[in-house]
Ligand binder design. Sequence first.
Ligand code: 4AD
Ligand code: MG
Length: 431
Amino acid sequence: MAFARIAELPQHVGQSVTVRGWVTHLRSSGKVAFIVMRDGTGILQSVVVKSQVTPEVWDLFGTLTQEACIAVTGEVKADARQPGGHELGLANLELFGASPIDYPIQPKEHGIDHLLDNRHFWLRTPRQVAIARIRSEVEQSIHDFFYERDFLRVDTPILTAAIGERSGLFATEYFEEGTAFLAQTGQLYGEAAAAAFGKIYTFGPTFRAEKSKTRRHLTEFWMMEPEVAFADSNDNMQLQEDLLVYVVQRVLERKGAEFKELERDVTKLENVKAPFPRIDYNDAIATLATKGSDTKWGDDLGAEDESLLVADYDRPIFIMNYPKEAKAFYMKENPADPRTVLCNDCLAPEGFGEIIGGSQREDDHDKILHRLREEKLPEAAYDWYLALRKYGTFPHSGFGLGIERTVAWICGTPHIRECIAFPRMMHRLKP
Ligand code: 4AD
Ligand code: MG
């Protein structure tokens, strides 16, 4: 007997196949019954006619419950009225795994805490499947984008000495070496790799022990960080723009069914075309003042400011050249205004906020040492990083794109916790 996944059924019309999966809906008139099941690739309805199956099969149907794992065998018919476009005339039914009736996720509204506590089951529901498929397409399109452009993928360490961004570090004991910290970024290693390989990107989990409980913060999130030798800040924004246009186009082309499931207004994504506006930080502050924000020159922009700024546009925007004190120590001083650095944030439209942070890196040894000291960072942990500025220093730029925030924007989901299979947040380590 041929096994088939539901997505493969178009190739099996008129044939008898076995499909395995989990029950989502059951209904019976006493003489005819219907089983709707899913297998992760689609949904399928089987028709069970009492007079055409054995009494054992009919009785087994009577014991089924939501989420029981079953195998159905029968002839595949094309039927445009059915979800998925097919129906199976059931001849045989087998049960792999019964599912007691107290299955935690019922076809009704559940509160978010209940759903998160049952994330291992919540993942099975159509909306979550659609988000996961879009995430996977986003990730694959990123890999393809960089592969086509001859970037080398470099995997950077997760256990590190005390280096990274400003926000909190997770610590763990590390043999005789003292404390190790979970990486907040792969960037500093990416910079070393860029001098070895020219154009690289990293793709991996990053960790921030921030006590933020917003809809855009996770304690563990995935970040993709390219680093390019001899690229300046303008080249860096160009690369971000090219990447985002490519990714959005690719997901639009391939994930129509998932966008439909999410009821996503894809016309908003169709606007994601080059060029993206490039707005100087000074102008952003002036605009914010006219919109009633009290953010002053020198501050980093908050989520509300970002929403105000992006409201005037239908595509992502760049805010560039922030004041030094608002940004990380490694950003290159702006020769045109040394109070600022050559950097950019990329803000997604529709109020989704910062999805990318990028910059040209400070390549002057003494300047970056000065900034390290100003920020009171542990100099010894950065000795190898400083040495990159001593032996053959080079102009270079890069950025970090947050995968969950990008997926949240593309899917139109307000909270990024749905955009990773098992979210880690301040109060959530399980499941
Ligand atoms: O702006 P960030 O902190 O930049 C860096 O880490 C740089 N080292 C990147 C680089 O230049 N190579 O983070 C980059 C992106 C943010 O724009 C955001 O999308 C995401 O990472 N991000 C988070 N996503 C989820 N939860 C958090 N707590 C995040 N913090 C940052
Ligand atoms: Mg940032």
